[in-house]
Design a protein around this ligand. Structure first.
Ligand code: SIN
Length: 303
């Protein structure tokens, strides 16, 4: 039987499958579907210091091979999330990762410090890449200098491994990844959604109030895989790959280009049990290909 453990350097996950932030609620919503202990880890929906209502509707628009979202990081605020995490931790031993957000650098720091102090939280993911907060999709992860300053600032106050989530909406994602690494990030996750546009032909207007929105789902897999491959060759810290994963085979593709683990996102919306199916498929695929463990193929793409 294939061995599925995923080595992140600072910890080992039982398998490489991690539901992505914003696609798995706060974990509790998925308890009726499967045992959360089966997951490698789980990432909660992004959180700000105070409750946040997010963007006006519509917030989702389907595309032929994916979905555009403009949620605007709606959430209950950090106090409420602490209660949720305590409840969730009582129900699962799977490592809980908090997706930390901020309107500005100071808020990122404050929120990171709050959740770093919680024993129930295993790691933090710094969400510097949401395209739906500022008009035009601007976010800190579009700029290496800003990324470096912000990661350095947050690292000073946290005592948990810090994963920095990158955006594909920049001309130089490798430069941003290196800036995050240089500033002390323990791992990098990529990619967040690609900026896209949907229009209403009758009204002659954009579908979304914020004009642009973030595209995810199978359509982005080849684009995301390329970026993960490029980043993996240029940084030494572990990379968590994501973008359009729907099968065990997709997961192994990401491992082959160098990812240490993966996040699965959009597939959770249409198939709540997808994570468990995908974990089973990874094992079956590895057995079929006679791959004993993930390190045997990690980063072994011959190109
Ligand atoms: C959103 O809430 O608008 C999406 C979250 C993200 O892309 O980080």
């Amino acid at each position: 039987m294939a061995e599925l453990s995923a080595d992140l350097g600072f910890c080992t996950l039982k398998n490489p499958v991690i539901p992505a932030s914003g696609t798995f609620g706060y974990g509790e919503e998925f308890l009726p579907f499967f045992d959360l202990d089966l997951l490698g880890a789980l990432i909660l929906k992004g959180i700000f210091r105070k409750p946040r209502s997010g963007n006006p509707p519509p917030r989702l628009a389907e595309t032929p091979a994916g979905v555009l979202n403009s949620i605007g990081l709606a959430g209950p605020g950090s106090e409420k999330l602490q209660e949720i995490i305590r409840r969730l931790h009582a129900k699962t031993r799977t490592p809980i990762i908090v997706n930390v957000c901020g309107e500005d650098d100071r808020e990122f720091e404050e929120v990171a410090e709050i959740f770093s102090a919680m024993a129930e939280v295993a790691m933090l993911e710094l969400n510097i890449s949401c395209p739906n907060i500022k008009k035009g999709g601007a976010c800190p992860a579009q700029d290496a200098g800003h990324t470096s300053r912000l990661v350095r600032r947050v690292k000073k106050v946290v005592r948990k491994p810090l994963i920095v989530k990158l955006s594909p909406n920049t001309a130089d994602i490798v430069g941003v990844a290196r800036a995050a690494e240089g500033a002390g990030a323990d791992a990098i996750s990529l990619v967040n959604t690609f900026l896209g546009l949907a229009v209403d032909l009758e009204k002659r207007k954009p579908v979304f109030a914020n004009t642009l929105a973030g595209l995810s789902g199978p359509a982005i897999k080849p684009l995301a895989l390329k970026l993960v491959w490029e980043v993996c060759r240029q940084v030494r810290i572990p990379v968590i790959g994501m973008g359009g994963i729907t099968s065990g085979r997709d997961v192994l593709d990401y491992i082959l280009v160098g990812a240490a683990a993966v996040q699965i996102g959009t597939v959770n919306f249409c198939e709540p049990g997808a994570a468990v199916r995908i974990i089973g498929e990874i094992e079956a695929e590895m057995d079929k290909l006679q791959i004993k463990n993930l390190s045997e193929i990690r980063g072994k793409l011959q190109a």
